[in-house]
Write a protein that binds this ligand. Structure first.
Ligand SMILES: Nc1ncnc2c1ncn2[C@@H]1O[C@H](COP(=O)(O)OP(=O)(O)OP(=O)(O)O)[C@@H](O)[C@H]1O
Ligand SMILES: [Mg+2]
Length: 415
């Protein structure tokens, strides 16, 4: 009888546990989405306000959190049923054993002493068993959380210190792309097709083309954020894949399209990634980046906190801080993803001056949105739908009746 009860108890526990675990996973998913959405809206609060979308955003949270709450209530109801059932089974088991012992006492097969002993042992067995069933809940919550953490930890890390990789102390900055193809997902179409070109040390290469043709994707291959699906990239004659990732990235500085700063002082933002530099070096970099003057105007000067993502600085100021950071690091290779948003002419002039100082003597990739800025590039690569359609200098390309000429005429650049 006891055996039947225990088997029944175990079976129902396992079945219900599976149901509860499934619900816990769903609950985690729903809350993760709801909190993610909330975080996203807080970051984009300007857009929410500009579109008078407060009500809709609030309604969206309510729906998501309500969904989570409904699952939570359902899960609690299952627990309630489960616990009532556990209580009943264990009480029933206790009564049966107690009855049997009483019966045996009356029959004379148990003495009073033995009877007390049986009841005592039963309580001793019951207590931990009871605790165990009650702790299952905490245990299950924990295991679903561990499952999720394990998934994150399972993500492979980038091999920064691969001992087999070739070290690259000094680079000349000589790049060769050979028939490079790339796709973000295997089942999706290619983003880059058959890309081949060469960049000599110290050259400035401009990448132009309409939005979405793959310019940013192409430069992300340089720092090996992604790897080509076919073809090869060489730096100083070495396959990019064989170079130590740490060395490769140390030799590249990126001034991105959208500069994001840390919520720290301007000084720490400039020296980010380079420890132990003297203040004088930081000031020199800021001066060369045309940033010193506006920094000096802040009440706390270089100790001014820039706010989350650098919110207290204008776009042009953030760009100049990013340029100062790149100047301080002074690597041989430079990637500039020009900001799409136009700056006012004064700010533009300051940024362009700073960039001119920065690119001196470096192999530079400029993703140019304004064609006026690429005129002086040694080589212009014109892209269309993931392919290179034209290569040459401004003068060469303008003489051809191709995409470059068309793009220039769209931007009213004097031909
Ligand atoms: N992380 C990503 N995952 C999947 N697809 C992506 C990703 N990043 C970009 N894409 C897609 O790859 C294509 C090329 O994008 P890319 O950002 O390289 O264009 P771009 O030329 O830099 O455009 P823009 O001038 O607007 O910056 C686009 O169709 C884009 O949707
Ligand atoms: Mg881009």
């Amino acid at each position: 009888m006891i055996f039947i009860l225990l088997t029944l108890f175990t079976l129902v526990t396992l079945r219900k546990s599976r149901e509860i675990v499934k619900m816990q996973r769903r609950l985690n998913q729903v809350y993760e989405y709801a909190f993610g959405e909330m975080y996203d809206t807080v970051l984009n609060v300007d857009t929410v306000k500009a579109n008078v979308n407060e009500r809709l955003s609030t309604a969206q949270y309510k729906t998501h959190f309500q969904k989570g709450f409904n699952i939570f209530v359902k899960q609690q109801n299952i627990w309630k049923f489960f616990q009532t059932w556990q209580n009943r089974v264990s009480s029933f088991g206790f009564i049966i054993i107690f009855g049997a012992a009483l019966f045996m006492l009356r029959e004379g097969s148990l003495s009073i002493g033995e009877f007390v002993m049986v009841i005592g042992y039963m309580s001793m067995i019951y207590r931990p068993f009871w605790n165990l069933t009650h702790n299952i809940r905490t245990l299950q919550r924990g295991t679903t959380a561990i499952e999720r953490a394990a998934k994150l930890l399972d993500q492979s890390t980038e091999a920064y210190d691969d001992p087999r990789a070739e070290r690259l102390k000094e680079t000349k900055g000589h790049f060769v792309f050979k028939n490079v193809c790339f796709a973000y997902k295997k089942d999706k179409g290619p983003v880059l097709t058959d890309i081949s070109f060469e960049v000599n040390p110290g050259e400035v290469v401009a990448l132009v083309g309409e939005s979405g043709v793959g310019k940013s994707t192409l430069v992300s291959l340089l720092s090996r954020y992604y790897a080509p699906i076919s073809g090869e990239i060489f730096l100083d004659g070495i396959r990019l894949n064989n170079i130590s990732l740490k060395d490769l990235r140390k030799n590249i500085a990126v001034v991105p399209q959208e500069v994001m700063l840390f919520n720290d002082t301007i000084k720490n933002n400039i020296k980010y990634g380079k420890v132990g530099v003297a203040d004088e070096e930081i000031f020199r970099a800021a001066q060369a980046a045309n940033a010193h003057e506006f920094i000096e105007k802040f009440s706390k000067k270089y100790d001014q906190i820039v706010g989350e993502r650098g919110i207290k600085l204008s776009t042009g100021q953030k760009q100049r801080v990013a340029i100062a950071r790149a100047l301080l690091r002074d690597p041989k290779i430079l990637i500039l993803d020009e900001a799409t948003s136009a700056l006012d002419s004064q700010s533009e002039k300051l940024v362009q001056e700073a960039l001119a100082r920065l690119i001196k003597g470096k192999t530079t990739f400029i993703i140019a949105h304004r064609l006026s800025t690429v005129r002086h590039a040694d080589k212009i690569i014109v892209m269309d739908k993931g392919r290179i359609v034209q290569t040459g200098t401004h003068e060469e390309l303008i003489r051809q009746d191709g995409l470059y000429k068309h793009l220039c005429s769209l931007q009213h650049v004097y031909l």
